[in-house]
Design a protein around this ligand. Structure first.
Ligand SMILES: Nc1nc2c(ncn2[C@@H]2O[C@H](COP(=O)(O)OP(=O)(O)O)[C@@H](O)[C@H]2O)c(=O)[nH]1
Ligand SMILES: [Mg+2]
Length: 271
């Protein structure tokens, strides 16, 4: 079933922890690239207790571009960061894009992602490393093995139609679908604090019946100046936890969709 969605405005959520080296380049890029796209945008920077100039940089850019800074006083982990960003983002945009703040995800792909949502073909659009024309530059071998391993494991244990890249952070979500997830699960809709939160979020969307589509893109890991924050062994361990959580859960039956405005009112009145 198609669910065409008019996208007049998007929120771009950037979970950021100590990203002073890469954030300015990304924000400049967003301003020129997304600024030229046919919809309004607001960047939501979630500074998760960074010890460097991440928050200062965001404050500086907020003077010259649509940018909202949300801060956690102490570092709470990527899961909490994504959750804070999505909670803000779905109230702002008709679609929410989440991408890494380390300048490895090019904002030019946002247009392709939004087009899929507008056409009504998907509720979540994944910029995938595993499409035929996708290119991955500069990712360490072991990290590639990890994402392939995640793909193979998920296809065997909990396959999601059309999905190959289960663990990437670069995705677009239809706000109505995020609203449905938040309404169903409550305000703490992500429990994982580790990088396994990306898998958890995807499986929770599968659970609420979200349809996924992937688009090809080029991951420029070689452009990253700062260090990776992923703790690999911890993430692998947590993947199993997430799979266990969703293993026996049946996909929820389709429900009639309220308008985005109605859904926002319903969720706000509960909070
Ligand atoms: N909110 C929050 N974001 C984080 C944390 N750790 C990493 N991130 C962000 O999550 C994204 C992915 O991290 P990154 O180091 O790029 O991982 P990699 O690309 O997988 O090597 C980046 O935007 C980071 O700033 C954290 O503890 N809290
Ligand atoms: Mg990254």
């Amino acid at each position: 079933m198609k669910t065409p969605t008019q996208v007049n405005e998007i929120a771009i959520v950037l979970p950021a922890y100590n990203e002073e080296k890469d954030l300015p380049t990304l924000l400049e890029n967003i301003r020129t690239t997304v600024g030229a796209m046919p919809f309004k945008y607001t960047v939501v920077v979630v500074d998760d207790g960074s010890k460097d100039r991440t928050a200062e940089i965001a404050r500086e850019y907020a003077k010259t571009m649509p940018l909202k800074l949300v801060q956690h006083e102490v570092n709470k982990g990527l899961g909490e960061g994504i959750q804070t960003g999505l909670r803000e983002g779905w109230l702002i945009g008709d679609a929410v894009i989440v991408m890494d703040a380390d300048n490895t995800h090019n904002p030019k792909y946002i247009l392709d992602m939004v087009k899929v949502i507008e056409a009504g073909d998907a509720d979540v659009v994944i910029a995938s490393r595993f499409q035929a024309t996708s290119v991955v530059q500069g990712v360490p071998f072991f990290r590639q093995v990890l994402s392939w391993g995640c793909f193979a494991m998920m296809k065997t244990l909990l396959p999601y139609r059309n999905v190959r890249d289960y663990s990437t952070g670069f995705r677009a979500y239809r706000s109505l679908t995020l609203g449905r997830l938040i309404k169903t699960s409550g305000p703490k809709f992500i429990e994982e604090s580790s990088f396994a939160c990306m898998l958890e979020l995807l499986l929770s969307l599968r659970w609420v019946g979200a349809r996924a589509v992937e688009i090809p893109y080029t991951l420029r890991y070689d452009l990253k100046v700062g260090v990776s924050k992923m703790r690999i062994m911890r993430t692998i361990r947590r993947y199993f936890n997430v799979i266990g959580k969703y293993w026996a859960k049946d996909v929820l039956p389709a429900a009639e969709e309220p308008s985005l405005h109605e859904l926002r009112t319903q969720v706000r009145s509960r909070a």
